[in-house]
Design a protein around this ligand. Structure first.
Ligand SMILES: Nc1nc2c(ncn2[C@@H]2O[C@H](COP(=O)(O)OP(=O)(O)OP(=O)(O)O)[C@@H](O)[C@H]2O)c(=O)[nH]1
Ligand SMILES: [Mg+2]
Length: 248
């Protein structure tokens, strides 16, 4: 696949939403505005992850109002990883960009990712001034250091929800994480396949509406459980590849 030029960009944009009735419209309109600037072929996918509020209903309304918008629904809620998996599997364009549905990132900064796609296969942003409490930032630093060591990567901010991938990657890798490990899983599997990853700083804004859910203990424990499973799976895949196709 050739480097995307602004004229010919074929882009799927999606964002997961779990109980984001206060944010989903604003986020969708911001995505549409950013995509329209490119004038290419694009789609915006709202992944409603089994929300208990009016997110699903609002997503359907937005899809009815805008031809480029599609709403898909996980029923019941499948977790952050399940929501991201759904978005990647639904994407139909050559490039897939995702961010969060709660408005903590600025879609306009997608330009920074596109600018690096000539040099790298994937671009993963890092938050320059992360709007989270110190303890959460310190935990994130330790987590990122651990996964980099385990999977031989050098990612500055693994869980930054501002990344772009070639869609074909998702035909080549399995995704199993249903929790917060999903970002690590995708980048670790892509790294094993030889995909290169560019990194660039983007802004991060405080959540203005909706409930904070990203750092509860259940999320963290689930991520560790999935981490050890993923480590085992990737090791097994590597050993099978070394043995060659006859040995499966
Ligand atoms: N936490 C959580 N978020 C989900 C889930 N499914 C989809 N999401 C969406 O994933 C995005 C990231 O979740 P957030 O709760 O914003 O996580 P965060 O940004 O790390 O933390 P806060 O915004 O501080 O809660 C949001 O757009 C959520 O609506 C889920 O099952 N759990
Ligand atoms: Mg958030």
């Amino acid at each position: 696949m050739s480097e995307p030029s602004e004229q010919a960009l074929s882009l799927s944009v999606f964002f997961p939403c779990y109980n984001e009735e206060a944010n989903v419209e604003r986020t969708t309109l911001a995505a549409l505005k950013a995509c329209r600037r490119f004038g290419g072929d694009f789609e915006v996918i709202i992944v409603n992850d089994g929300s208990k509020d009016r997110t699903g209903e609002l997503a359907e309304k937005l899809a009815a109002e805008h031809a480029e918008v599609r709403a898909v629904h996980n029923r019941p809620n499948r977790g952050y990883g399940g929501a991201l998996q759904r978005g990647f599997r639904e994407a139909r364009k050559d490039w897939v960009f995702y961010t969060d549905g709660d408005g903590q990132f600025d879609f306009e900064e997608i330009d920074k990712l596109l600018a690096l796609l000539g040099q790298y296969d994937i671009v993963s942003a890092y938050r320059v001034d992360r709007q989270d409490p110190f303890v959460r930032k310190a935990n994130a630093f330790c987590w990122c250091t651990l996964v980099n060591l385990l999977f031989g990567m050098r990612i500055r901010d693994i869980d930054c929800a501002f990344k772009i991938f070639p869609r074909k990657l998702f035909d080549e890798i399995e995704m199993k994480s249903e929790g917060a490990l999903i970002d690590t899983e995708i980048l670790a599997r892509a790294t094993r396949l030889g995909y290169t990853i560019g990194q660039v700083g983007v802004h991060h804004y405080p959540r203005v509406a909706g409930a904070q859910t990203g750092a509860n203990l259940r999320v963290i424990l689930r991520a560790f459980k999935e981490l050890f499973k993923l480590r085992g799976q990737i090791k097994r895949t590597a050993r099978a590849a070394e043995r060659g196709p006859d040995h499966g």
